[in-house]
Design a protein around this ligand. Structure first.
Ligand SMILES: [Zn+2]
Ligand SMILES: [Zn+2]
Length: 240
């Protein structure tokens, strides 16, 4: 048993994209799990099939602000987005970036050519790079810096990145690297190395149903194996 408790889930999705529940259901689930903070961080506009954009994105933002007011004093409700890398150094960051409490940036497949600079559409070619983990990391980090990302989600998913380099840069930029609890994309050694480099980790459920909000089991097991709890920013020590 770990002697740590995770108090915030910054990475949850809803039926605004391809998730199952509503934002309200995610908030209620987070209260049930005893969390202090929950973000709904919907897929950014550049994702071809899941992206939330236009009027729908405005509705999402308004609903989140209304939930924040309604649940004030019970739980912190944060407005988030999980942006997509749309090319080397580029993302689908909205113009009103400052309106969001939490910006996650992730490399995904099926990203629409959101702007004319996007190098490719379908997966591997998105960064314009083949099999170069260091250049992949550079491309994603440049995008993260440009959109002032708080978190890089599921590093290594779809494209392998140079984790030692990414950890050093993220420490300097103040960006957290995620241990994703839907699918752990970091090896135990990589998690340990991130901690040792002084970079912060964050555990996210990546829930696509209310039932999975606050489900941190897989990531917690990995962090325990890597002995890296001290680096996890959304966990507190419970003693023992
Ligand atoms: Zn993602
Ligand atoms: Zn996600």
């Amino acid at each position: 048993m770990s002697d740590h408790k995770i108090i915030a889930d910054y990475h949850t999705h809803t039926n605004y994209s391809h998730g199952k529940g509503s934002p309200r259901e995610n908030v209620l689930a987070a209260i049930d799990r005893g969390l202090e903070t929950v973000a709904v961080s919907e897929h950014g506009p550049g994702h071809f099939t899941f992206g939330v954009r236009g009027k729908k994105l405005s509705r999402f933002n308004a609903e989140m602000l209304s939930l924040r007011r309604e649940f004030s004093g019970r739980i912190n409700v944060l407005l988030g987005l999980e942006l997509n890398v749309t090319g080397f150094g580029r993302s689908d960051c909205p113009e009103d970036r400052g309106a969001y409490d939490v910006i996650i940036l992730g490399y995904h497949k099926s990203v629409a050519p959101f702007n004319r600079h996007a190098i490719g559409i379908w997966g591997e070619s998105l960064l314009g790079i083949k099999n170069d983990p260091h250049r992949n990391a550079e491309g994603i980090l440049a995008a993260a810096e440009a959109c002032r990302a708080d978190i890089i989600s599921h590093p290594n998913l779809y494209v392998k990145v140079d984790i030692p380099y990414m950890a050093r840069c993220c420490r300097e930029l103040g960006i957290m690297l995620e241990v994703n609890s839907s699918r752990v994309t970091l090896s135990d050694d990589e998690i340990r190395l991130i901690k040792d480099s002084g970079c912060s980790l964050v555990i996210g459920s990546d829930a696509h149903t209310p039932e999975r909000v606050g489900d941190f089991r897989l990531a917690s097991e990995a962090v325990t194996r890597a002995d890296a709890w001290d680096a996890v920013k959304n966990a507190v020590r419970t003693g023992g």
